[in-house]
Design a protein around this ligand. Structure first.
Ligand code: GAL
Length: 803
């Protein structure tokens, strides 16, 4: 580099530091809301009596649950029309700028007016979108009105309703970086060097516009709308070390800074081959889960801490990948996955033109599929965590010729928008792996095809030896936390006991699905399958299979005994089937681990010494009766003891993923599992018959939170005996109270049949546990005190500091 270049670079860096910021304002506060089918676009309308609230907001989660509403969408009143209005001020100076409103997502079919003038809208409730307000703004008072319209039967799960994600107001110069206008790709990545290619879409650019880029803190800079930067010895983004960089882009017009944007990116390479998935040249098996977008008792209202907690729990299990089934996620999820080291498959749609429910996305597909794909990919393309784009889930089109063309058309759109990541689709019909549909995607996803000795997987490998493939949806095992029914039968329909619960022996599944062990065997037999995405990581609201009244598939059991059992179960259920949330989760709706958590942890974290016994050991009515015991361990052998007496030492056979003692005769006391690995002691677990319930206990996931009005503390309420052991099978009713600068925003217990409001401060624990979600108040530091009371048990109080 010569002296002149050096000076120029120095000047460029100097001016980058002096750059002006575009104005990005949080626009969540003080909206007026009414859920009604009215006409409320006029600025003159008197909305002073409407409810005032802050976004994000899900009107459905506020309830009440209605037993007459469909199970499949959670028996909550998310459907219908709702209006949001916001009054805000504009200065004369604002009128000289470009002004935009950015919605991260509004459920659904939004129409937006400013000062009575139609601005625009977006049908798909999961897409992020920007609308330009400039032509309709005036000095002084402005009134923005947003109408949302959720049609009944538009979803197969609980979609929520309202402006459930964040909203921002953005003010820029006439010359500015376009919405999602920066793309950062890394065509060459090695440990010694990486090429970072930045392309910039600038609105209003002319000959006097200049574009500068700087990788913050790295002393690397360049210029131009297409710019290539070289990073030597890059800190690669990986699951173990999710290193991130920030790119600062500055736009100058006639020498003056007019816009600055920052883009977070990571440097990593991905590759899919017939042998699997490679991150930075290292093979990584995807240990994934599918996740719906609701946050349990919080509903669909996005909250970053709630998402972070989900990822923490999934990572504790060893999960390294999330499929955002079956729609684009909140942007916060991807920010967290970037930072925490999780792979993500971002999925666009649950259906294409052929609908699954009468009013779903099929209505919008012809006109909107391209716009929605563009919104998804432009928004998310710079996230290192995103490693595939899925164009759909179980689309009906996969079986016909026309559908193959549609799939190809969608894949072409995706490739054009982002040539750096593969396209996939989750297919439940085996035929899609062989009828030409498979050729339209880069990596092929099978839903539920590990069963029957993985015959479909084997055929795929034979016919497409070079095409990467994986289990895009697996298991769909069902269980209720802490429920166990006897006798324990391996037939997969037999886990359905009374009271609409499902036994937690993790052997039960609907007809199309299977226990976790089945997928593990297929993955172990055929290592070319690059991973699985379990249905699901967390329980979600809606789709309470096997008690999903709308789900006639349940009678598809081919085994006559299973079918008879299901018919009897359904007959018993009659018309009114209570459950409102799923049984599929590895963890329950509140984030409490079910037993299944540990069969995945045992497999996904083989280096972690662990053992887990099921069931609990409080069965006074079963003395002398056979009560099977299963143990999940990352070891290879376990000796089980009941009250000190060995019940035998068992070793996992090939393709065996749990150890079973099926003939244990119950007596109260202590069960102890001593696990071994390679003959050496490895881990232990103990389950004891507890004393009677004596006290409540409160434990906060974080005892200190930020006083920003959004941060949360997740408090577990437990019914304990005198020694502090969780007393299973307890359903005590408790009452909550709070003082100090915090509020209880949601309460839950993980019981899929519970129709009490998630806001109620008065409810039952479910098998010993409940969850209380406490939120700080904005700019109000201090001590929050949460108290739980229950007749006959000792109270509990916990303090949380808001700082
Ligand atoms: C799949 C579907 C998922 C969910 C699941 C339940 O077929 O893709 O959305 O419904 O079944 O097992």
């Amino acid at each position: 580099m010569n002296i002149k270049q050096n000076v120029l670079l120095g000047l460029a860096l100097l001016s980058l530091n002096a750059a002006a910021e575009r104005e990005v304002m949080n626009f969540n506060e003080a909206w007026r809301f009414q859920k009604a089918d009215v006409e409320a676009s006029s600025p003159e309308l008197d909305d002073s009596q409407w409810r005032t609230l802050n976004l994000p907001h899900d009107w459905g989660i506020e309830g009440p649950f209605d037993p007459e509403l469909p199970n499949r969408t959670g028996k909550l009143p998310w459907a219908g029309i709702g209006w949001y209005r916001k009054h805000f001020q504009c200065s004369g100076n604002d009128l000289l700028k470009k002004v935009f409103i950015d919605f991260d997502g509004a459920m659904s079919d939004s129409t937006v007016w400013l000062n009575g003038k139609l601005v625009g809208g977006w049908p798909y409730g999961y897409s992020s979108f920007r609308l330009e307000l400039t032509p309709y703004l005036k000095k002084g008072d402005n009134v923005l009105a947003v109408k949302l319209d959720n049609k009944e039967e538009s979803s197969r799960w609980y979609p929520g309703g309202g402006i459930y994600r964040n909203v921002r107001l953005v003010k820029t110069d006439a010359v500015h970086v376009d919405h999602w206008g920066i793309s950062v790709t890394k065509p060459n990545v090695s440990e010694t060097s990486a090429t970072v290619v930045v392309t910039t879409d600038v609105v209003g650019a002319d000959d006097h516009t200049q574009v500068f880029h700087e990788i913050v803190g790295a002393g690397i800079s360049g210029s131009g709308t297409d710019c290539s930067l070289t990073v030597s010895s890059p800190k690669l983004w990986s699951l173990e070390a999710p290193n991130l960089y920030t790119l600062k882009t500055v736009i100058k017009q006639d020498g003056n800074v007019v816009d600055t944007v920052e883009t977070v990116f990571g440097i990593r390479s991905i590759e899919y081959t017939k042998d699997g998935f490679f991150l930075n040249g290292q093979q990584v098996r995807m240990k994934g889960v599918c996740q719906h977008h609701d946050l349990g008792p919080l509903g669909t209202t996005v909250n970053k801490r709630a998402l972070e907690r989900q990822i923490e729990i999934l990572q504790e299990m060893g999960c390294n990948a999330i499929r955002t089934s079956h729609n684009p996620p909140a942007p916060e999820l991807l920010e967290l996955c970037d930072r925490m080291g999780m792979l993500v498959q971002v999925e666009a749609f649950d259906c294409w033109k052929a609908s699954k429910t009468p009013n779903d996305y099929g209505r919008f597909f012809p006109e909107w599929h391209e716009k929605d794909l563009r919104a998804m990919i432009h928004r998310d393309r710079n996230h290192p965590c995103v490693v595939m784009w899925s164009t759909g889930n179980e689309v009906k089109e996969m079986r016909n010729k026309e559908g193959i063309l549609v799939s190809q058309m969608l894949a072409d759109i995706v490739h054009k928008l982002d040539p750096t990541r593969p396209v996939t689709t989750g297919c439940n019909h085996a035929v899609a792996g062989f009828n030409g549909f498979e050729k339209t995607v880069d990596v092929f996803g099978f839903n539920y095809k590990a069963k029957d000795n993985a015959a479909v997987y084997r055929r795929f490998m034979k016919e497409h030896p070079d095409q990467p493939f994986y289990g895009s949806e697996t298991a769909s095992c069902i269980s209720s936390r802490g429920e166990y029914f006897f006798p324990v039968l391996d037939d997969k329909a037999m886990g359905q006991g009374g009271h609409f619960q499902v036994s937690s022996y993790d052997l039960f599944a609907p007809p199309w699905a299977y226990k976790p062990d089945v997928e593990f065997e297929a993955l172990d037999r055929y290592p070319a399958i690059f991973g699985e995405f379990v249905w699901t990581g967390f329980d979600y609201i809606g789709e309470p299979t096997p008690y999903n009244k709308d789900n006639t598939n349940l009678l598809n059991f081919t085994d006559p005994d299973e079918r008879k059992h299901m018919e009897e179960q359904l007959a018993k259920l009659g018309g009114n089937i209570p459950p409102r949330s799923s049984y599929f989760g590895i963890v329950d709706l509140c984030g409490f681990k079910k037993d299944r958590f540990y069969i995945y942890q045992a497999r996904w974290r083989p280096e972690l010494p662990m053992a887990h016994i099921l069931p609990h050991w409080n069965w006074p009515e079963r003395v002398g009766e056979v009560t099977p015991v299963h143990v999940y361990t990352s070891g290879d052998e376990v000796e089980l003891f009941l009250n000190g007496k060995s019940l035998g030492r068992k070793k996992k056979g090939e393709y065996e993923y749990r150890l079973r003692w099926d003939d244990v005769v119950y007596e109260s006391g202590e069960l102890k599992a001593v696990a071994y690995k390679n003959g050496k002691p490895w881990a232990e677990d103990v389950v004891k018959t507890t004393g009677t319930a004596a006290k409540l206990e409160l434990t906060a996931d974080r005892a200190q939170i930020s006083a920003d009005g959004t941060d949360l503390s997740f408090v577990t309420l437990q019914v304990s005996d005198g020694e502090g052991l969780l007393v299973p099978r307890t359903h005590n009713r408790f009452k909550l109270s709070i003082d100090g600068p915090g509020e209880i925003i949601a309460v839950g217990n993980g019981d899929p049949t519970n129709l009490e409001s998630f806001q109620s401060l008065d409810r039952n624990v479910f098998n010993g546990l409940a969850l209380v979600v406490v939120r700080s108040k904005k700019s109000e530091p201090g001590t929050i005190r949460l108290t739980a009371q229950c007749d006959g048990l000792q109270d509990a109080t916990i303090q949380i500091q808001a700082k």
